[in-house]
Design a binder for this molecule. Structure first.
Ligand SMILES: Nc1ncnc2c1ncn2[C@@H]1O[C@H](COP(=O)(O)OP(=O)(O)OP(=O)(O)O)[C@@H](O)[C@H]1O
Ligand SMILES: [Mg+2]
Length: 285
């Protein structure tokens, strides 16, 4: 089944008295199959958030159509199937994290024990159990982002639309958000996300679209987009300098370079922090 079908969509924002108008999206078409994780990347102002808002029915396209699970995006029946994390989520500052989730859960029709259990489960999933009773007014940027993600998942939606899900989140939180996305993918949830963190997009997305000035420049699977057909990569373990010299001679003019393989900064950071956390007693954390 096609989860998302965006067909030749256009959107512009008129300025005041004919001045300062902006063309946000120009003729974008894309499809996302059910169960796929699709990432949209593009510079600031390229139309990512506008496209997402049209998909969840918050903005109406000037031309073209957006369909979700084969129904018009603006159809009220779609609301239950879509979870949305906006770019700048707005929350009631005087509610606590748990109250916020209960509030959104109730809006989605959850009651009683099911609501309590879902709230607890989500707080644990996004790592906010300890801050559950604190008011959102005192939450940090990354904590608000986590509560926003939990809010988007409250009714177990079939499609999650996430506008920069890891923006402002520390590397550990960002790792766990990516793990949540990967778990949801395992469960068959369709995810449409956008981000400026290209390595993270590369890690979690099946397909990626590149948006520039409102138009899709390129689209494809990560493997298709990143393949360099003229280069090959060979990784050796514990290779002696003699073996490398021998391989270099064999390769002749095709030889380009030989550098030590590197771990990502993220893996170094996470390994260091986790080792430190394991040495601190639980009461002091
Ligand atoms: N409500 C609005 N009124 C007027 N112009 C708008 C509005 N929303 C978006 N735009 C304009 O539409 C264009 C696309 O904006 P959009 O927010 O979709 O970009 P984006 O790709 O999400 O950027 P970013 O990476 O900075 O979040 C920009 O030129 C922006 O100024
Ligand atoms: Mg945006």
């Amino acid at each position: 089944m096609t989860a998302v079908d965006i067909c030749d969509v256009h959107k512009s924002f008129p300025g005041h008295w004919g001045r300062g108008g902006a063309y946000a999206v120009r003729g974008v078409s894309l499809r996302i199959a059910e169960g796929e994780v699709y990432g949209l990347i593009g510079p600031n102002g390229s139309g990512k958030s506008t496209l997402m808002k049209m998909l969840v029915g918050l903005l109406r396209p000037d031309a073209g159509s957006c369909r979700v699970f084969e129904r018009a995006a603006s159809h009220a029946d779609n609301r239950r199937s879509i979870g949305f994390l906006p770019e700048n989520p707005y929350f009631y500052k005087f509610l606590s994290g748990a109250e916020t989730l209960r509030f959104y859960g109730r809006l989605c029709g959850l009651r009683g024990r099911a609501l309590r259990e879902r709230t607890r489960e989500l707080l644990q999933l996004v790592g906010l159990e300890e801050a559950a009773e604190r008011r959102l007014g005192g939450y940090s940027k990354g904590m608000l982002q986590r509560i926003g993600l939990a809010q988007a998942m409250v009714q177990n939606p079939r499609l999650l639309v996430l506008d920069e899900p890891t923006a402002g989140v520390d590397p550990i939180g960002s790792r766990s958000i990516r793990d949540i996305i990967l778990q949801l993918r395992e469960r068959g949830v369709t995810i449409f996300l956008c981000s400026h963190l290209l390595e993270q997009v590369q890690e979690v997305c099946d397909r990626v679209g590149i948006l520039y000035q409102g138009s899709l420049l390129a689209e494809g699977s990560i493997a298709e987009l990143t393949e360099d057909s003229r280069r090959s990569c060979i990784t050796l373990r514990d290779a002696s300098p003699e073996l490398i010299a021998q391989m270099r001679r064999c390769a002749g003019n095709c030889w380009e370079s030989c550098t030590p393989a590197r771990n990502s900064l993220e893996s170094v950071f996470l390994r260091g922090i986790r080792a430190k956390m394991n040495t601190i007693s639980p009461e002091r954390r």
